[in-house]
Design a protein around this ligand. Structure first.
Ligand code: SF4
Ligand code: F3S
Ligand code: FES
Length: 254
């Protein structure tokens, strides 16, 4: 096994501010960035704050920015960097820092609560729901989400624009609305909730100009933009400009 000494630069601080600190730390073959952060805690900086749980890319806890790119630290192999390269780790930029690499991601939980839940169809008992396999597969792609919030962190609409946060759900939650809007059994429309229109009017879908940065950083390789956001935009526009839909909504209002 080969071992070398890497140069790490880690953001240290809290809500009052902070700065980057330099560390020399041992790296072994096959290790990931989170291993090195743990070695730093064990040998040099026992008070370094970092959030993690599974170390397997499944809990979504260890999100941070490594050399400026939003990544899961447990899934970022040290072999992607050259041995001479300085590896800089900073907390996710779109969310307020709690301490060191830990951020307050409660913005995302607030946004999750703003999306109305699945509305079961009337007259169909639980256990008797039936769907085409193609519809199951469409939802399943979105259900792979591990809620790491890297997509939320990278989206330029909120990344440097705190002022947009109130009006914009972010890619993760627009994807959730798309999933429900495409769900053949969701009966929200019967209760007057047209999800695609609501995405546009209430959750800021119009802010998204399909830059696809969210898709690029998703560790689950979900096609957020192509399979959720663009179809949701199309559905919102279809509803707005389709004369039959427009007529139907006028008749229903009477
Ligand atoms: Fe993370 Fe992808 Fe889910 Fe966004 S969609 S929270 S990047 S797993
Ligand atoms: Fe943002 Fe993704 Fe749209 S990065 S602009 S939500 S395509
Ligand atoms: Fe669970 Fe990294 S520790 S995703």
């Amino acid at each position: 096994m080969s071992t070398y000494t890497a140069h790490f630069r880690v953001w240290r601080g809290d809500t009052d501010g902070g700065d980057l600190r330099d560390y020399q730390v041992e790296v072994n073959d096959g290790e990931v960035v989170l291993d090195i952060v743990h070695r730093l805690q064990a040998t040099q900086t026992p008070d370094l704050a970092v959030r993690w749980n599974c170390k397997a890319g499944k809990c979504g806890s260890c999100s941070a920015e490594v050399n400026g790119r939003p990544r899961l630290m447990c899934m970022t192999r040290m072999s992607v960097f050259s041995r001479e390269e300085t590896v800089t780790i900073t907390p996710m930029r779109a969310f307020p820092v709690v301490r060191d690499l830990v951020t307050d991601v409660s913005f995302n939980y607030r946004k999750a609560r703003e999306v109305p839940a699945f509305v079961p169809p009337e007259g169909v008992a639980a256990g008797e729901y039936r769907m085409q396999q193609v519809d199951v597969e469409r939802s399943q792609e979105f259900r792979k989400c591990i809620e790491c919030f890297l997509c939320q962190d990278t989206c330029h609409v909120v990344r440097d624009h705190e002022e947009n946060k109130a009006a914009f759900a972010g890619p993760r939650f627009l994807m959730r609305i798309a999933e429900l809007d495409m769900h053949p059994l969701d009966a929200a429309a019967d209760q007057g909730l047209v999800r695609a229109a609501s995405a546009q009017e209430d959750h800021g879908l119009g802010f998204c100009n399909i830059t696809k940065c969210c898709t690029e950083v998703c560790p689950e390789h979900i096609h957020i933009t192509d399979n959720a956001l663009i179809p949701l935009k199309e559905r919102a526009v279809d509803r707005k400009y389709d004369p039959l839909v427009w007529l139907g909504s006028r008749i229903r209002r009477r």
